[in-house]
Design a protein around this ligand. Structure first.
Ligand code: C2O
Ligand code: CU
Ligand code: CU
Length: 456
């Protein structure tokens, strides 16, 4: 069976089975969630009829979905089969710093041929993802992006549980690579790819039984794009943002996810033969992400979605919380040149500082020094006209305000600041270590919009 057929069937055949979808070699040992993962060059048919050389996990696009359970240990034996160093970061998981997968701040780079064992116990359930934290424009841009699903400690009763990882590839019509980054775009919204896919396929089509309860776990693993998502053909509910269940689900109208962000939506399949489409909007126009057709009813016709338990994220003490301001700005196109003659353009600043070209000898002071156990409110201010999804490692924010207006507080690891946008996000600094704090538009991160906070 080819990958397309397999994906079309996956919704039915793998419904509510806690097994990795897509090819991941699960190893039988003393711990239940034990995986072997490689990063390796391979080729894939992204544009139908053409092969593209890509970078993959376990040889495959899409990468295997790593499936874990809340509160249960996971072990991932990672082997670097690339010809350059790398590390793997588990985006959104609140785990110890040694496992965070950031070169120099949390571990030495994993050199070609080396194996590093990542082992941790996810405290939160939800939709997360994994990716390298080195040479990210290329390593992520060429395919090293995968979903990491943590099932709830107590199983939740959806009939269908589907992962959709969204990515635009920088390819021409024949599957040849175009530039992953262009300075004039890096200094603006970032360089977009041309070929839109979900799970490596343009507009994949799924079939699910009429009346079944569907959970779609959507992850934006793109380097650049913000997807403004909407659902056509049925009412869908927003059930989790960035992996974290919302306190009360609400109807999905339009919802923007920037690079690195996720959205879980719940829906009940309509009557047999009816079609539901997930789209993203650019201006007024809708572009396809994936489609879902209702097939004959196989179980009950449901009218309600199961509810998700809130994650055990520590509750910030807003009375004692210290407020720290962060301003994100643009700095003209200054291009310092190093001794080797390479230019490192710097376009973006956090509180008037840029950090580009992370290396062993280029670790600046943290942008904030936080006291372990204290609560903080980060006041974020985007003084630019471009979107910035601001991501903090090792902690989960509770967003209190967006653009000066109170919101129903929600948990997230990445806050999307729109044009001149603002946000107030609180959290407890309960995880000791040096934690990356950066824009997830990869070219923004690479050209300055990156820092770290130290919790001690
Ligand atoms: Cu997706 Cu620094 O992370
Ligand atoms: Cu992260
Ligand atoms: Cu940015």
């Amino acid at each position: 069976m080819d990958r397309r057929a397999f994906l079309q069937l996956s919704g039915i055949s793998l419904a509510s089975v806690a097994l990795p979808q897509w090819s991941l070699a699960q190893v039988k040992t003393d711990i239940e969630y034990h995986y072997k993962l490689t990063a390796e060059p391979s080729s894939a048919e992204l544009i139908p009829g053409f092969q593209t050389s890509v970078l993959t996990f376990n040889g495959n696009i899409p990468a295997p979905v790593i499936r874990a359970r809340q509160g249960k240990p996971v072990r991932i034996e990672f082997t670097n089969k690339l010809n350059e160093p790398t590390t793997i970061h588990w985006h959104g998981l609140r785990i110890p710093i040694e496992m965070d997968g950031v070169p120099f701040l949390s571990q030495p780079p994993v050199m070609p041929g080396e194996t590093f064992v990542y082992e941790f116990t996810p405290p939160d359930a939800g939709t997360f993802w994994y990716h390298p934290h080195m040479n990210s424009t290329v390593q992520l841009g060429k395919g090293l992006v995968g979903a990491f699903v943590v099932d709830e400690a107590e199983p939740v009763d959806f009939d269908i549980d589907e992962v959709l990882i969204l990515k635009h590839w920088h390819l021409d019509k024949k599957g040849e690579w175009k530039a992953l980054t262009r300075p004039r775009y890096a200094a603006r919204m970032g360089t977009p790819g041309e070929w839109g896919t979900a799970n490596g396929i343009h507009d994949p089509q799924f079939s699910y039984p009429a009346g079944s309860r569907v959970r779609l776990r959507i992850a934006n693993v793109d380097n650049t794009m913000t997807y403004n998502l909407r659902m056509k053909g049925t009412d869908a509910q927003v059930i989790a943002i960035d992996g974290n269940p919302v306190s009360s689900p609400y109807p999905l109208d339009q919802h923007k996810i920037g690079p690195g962000m996720r959205l879980d939506i719940g829906l009940i399949m309509p009557d047999e033969g009816q079609h539901v489409a997930l789209e993203y909007l650019l201006g007024k126009f809708g572009f396809p992400v994936a489609g879902f057709t209702a097939t004959a009813q196989t179980g009950d016709i449901h009218s309600e979605l199961p509810s998700l338990p809130i994650n055990p994220v520590p509750v910030p003490d807003l009375d004692t919380a210290e407020t720290i301001n962060f301003v994100f700005e643009w700095e003209g196109a200054i291009s310092p040149t190093d001794e080797a003659g390479n230019t490192h353009p710097v376009f973006w600043l956090i509180n008037r500082r840029a950090w580009e070209g992370m290396s062993k000898d280029n670790i600046p002071e943290p942008v904030a020094d936080l006291t372990l156990g204290h609560s903080y409110i980060f006041e974020l201010r985007n003084n630019t006209q471009y979107h910035h999804p601001i991501h903090l490692h090792g902690h989960t924010f509770l967003v209190l305000e967006m653009d000066g207006k109170p919101v129903t507080p929600f948990h997230t690891d990445t806050v999307l600041l729109g044009k001149n946008g603002r946000a107030k996000a609180a959290f407890v600094a309960d995880n000791p270590g040096s934690w990356m704090y950066h824009c997830h538009v990869i070219e923004h991160m690479k050209t300055g919009l990156m820092g770290y906070v130290r919790v001690s």
